[in-house]
Design a protein around this ligand. Structure first.
Ligand code: ZN
Length: 327
């Protein structure tokens, strides 16, 4: 299985230490319409992000997945330059965000087959005229229920995943709809272990987390440091519970850090406001605080290696994880 990166194709053996959910750059639809804000300074943003990725490289991280959907300011050339200058391999995605927070208008009127065709083109031919191919498909569902629009996007994504062999990475709201995502993906002929259900660490809810793993999906604890939704203490305790329950090989850890915000975050404020609210939400938070604490809690170094190296590699390879014996 070869993997599309912003710098060309690699094999899963070349991934190395991998963070599966970090953002180079993101902006909510219409961010540029608030003309009171200072303009986006691309060169400054680029050098800041290259520095952040270089620090990650110092911790041995060789690959980052940026699951920015195409409607949240995805900038593939910017990503390619960050990768080139930092030495960290970047993998980008095709796919769209939730109906509430994305841009459904342009896609709502396209047939499911047309959406699938767009996704396949971005995976096989490249994004726009960049020649850079998407390595995964992003799917997203809203809070509590999957809308008709989201259901069609997920159906198209599953079909495109089946046609191309790339895996799926998801956004969920408030730890809901993970099972709906698995239902739609598997219902369209894609195995559950080709789906990484994102943001499952948003609530102290081991039963929900374990129930997703029991169905064979990968489970993302991918918002370490973003303590507005849940505390890192809860996340670490829940992660250890998952490891102790035998689900280590399906766990993925990351931070969902946004390195560059385009415009403000609606209802929250500016990038500086966020930095003040969640001071630990950095690209190296896992290495500086979380992994040392997990080791103190009795998690083994071999477990951390599985989370950072073996699980991302197996996820991309398409091999099924070794499942915990069901009780
Ligand atoms: Zn994200």
């Amino acid at each position: 299985m070869t993997i599309n990166t912003t710098g060309g194709r690699i094999t899963e053996a070349e991934l190395g230490r991998t963070l599966m959910h970090e953002h180079v750059l993101a902006g909510y639809p219409g961010w540029y319409m608030d003309t009171r804000l200072p303009p986006f300074r691309r060169a400054d943003a680029l050098s800041r992000t290259v520095d952040a990725f270089a620090r990650l490289h110092d911790y041995g991280v060789r690959t980052v997945v940026d699951p920015c959907p195409s409607d949240l300011g995805r900038d593939i050339e910017f990503c390619a330059e960050v990768s080139q200058r930092s030495g960290v391999t970047l993998i980008c995605t095709t796919g769209v965000y939730t109906e509430a927070f994305g841009i459904p208008y342009t896609f709502r009127h396209l047939e499911t087959g047309a959406i699938e065709e767009i996704y396949i083109r971005e995976i096989e031919d490249g994004i726009g005229s960049s020649g850079i191919r998407a390595g995964l498909i992003k799917i997203a569902t809203g809070d509590g229920a999957v809308s008709e629009y989201e259901r069609r996007m997920l159906t198209a994504a599953a079909s495109a995943a089946k046609a191309t062999g790339v895996p799926l990475i998801s956004h969920t709201e408030n730890c809901s709809c993970g099972h709906d995502q698995i239902d739609i993906v598997t219902g369209n002929g894609v195995a559950a272990h080709r789906l990484l259900v994102g943001h499952c660490d948003g609530r102290d809810d081991h039963a929900y987390q374990a129930s997703l793993a029991a169905r064979g999906a990968y489970v993302g604890f991918d918002r370490f440091g973003l303590e507005v939704f849940n505390s890192d203490a809860n996340r670490m305790r829940n992660l250890k519970q998952m490891i102790d329950a035998g689900y280590r090989d399906q766990m993925i850890v990351s931070q969902d850090k946004v390195n560059c915000w385009l415009g403000n975050i609606p209802g929250v404020g500016s990038a500086d406001d966020i930095a003040r609210m969640v001071p630990n939400w950095t690209m190296t938070h896992l290495f500086e605080r979380i992994f040392p604490e997990l080791l103190r809690m009795g998690v083994a170094q071999a477990d951390l290696d599985a989370l950072l190296v073996d699980n991302p590699r197996r996820f991309f390879s398409g091999d099924a994880p070794r499942m915990a014996a069901s009780s």
